[in-house]
Design a protein. Structure first.
Length: 155
């Protein structure tokens, strides 16, 4: 993928939380840090227990997020994610293994930001890194609130 395609995909996700805080100049600055990966239907992006070295932003397609239960071979579906969703962010920051399995349920394109790229942005472009981290905190906060709401409906 060339720089123009990456920029177009970032622009298509501009209203999504992760890129919401960035201006055009900041987007131009971080373009080289991203790559685009295409996955066919029924492809495992990563498995629960894998080490995590990237965050993925869904450009198109749908993903199923699954977690192993205590009953061998049984999984529960935690979420179906589409355009604008973020996957893989937890293990990027807490250094634990992936907490769930993510698999495509239709052909999917992801905008990928690798661990070393995040560290490079933090070292070389701190103001942009702060905005990206602020967006990731907001994403995690929204997910935590939704989880809390779901738990209260169970009990």
């Amino acid at each position: 993928m060339d720089k123009t395609q990456v920029k177009n995909f970032i622009e298509s996700l501009r209203e999504e939380i992760i890129f919401y805080y960035l201006n055009d100049e900041e987007v131009e600055t971080i373009l080289p840090y991203f790559e685009i990966k295409e996955y066919p239907e029924n492809t495992v992006i990563f498995r629960e227990g894998d080490s995590g070295d990237f965050i993925g932003f869904v450009i198109s397609g749908k993903l199923e997020v699954k977690k192993q239960t205590e009953f061998k071979g049984n999984q529960i579906i935690l979420a179906i994610l589409g355009k604008g969703a973020t996957v893989g962010e937890l293990s990027m920051f807490d250094k634990h293994s992936r907490s769930a399995t993510v698999e495509t349920i239709e052909p999917t394109k992801l905008l990928i930001l690798r661990q070393d790229a995040i560290e490079d942005i933090m070292n070389n472009h701190p103001p942009i890194a702060i905005k990206l981290l602020k967006a990731l905190v907001r994403i995690l906060s929204i997910r935590l609130r939704k989880l809390s709401e779901r738990l209260t409906t169970i009990f």
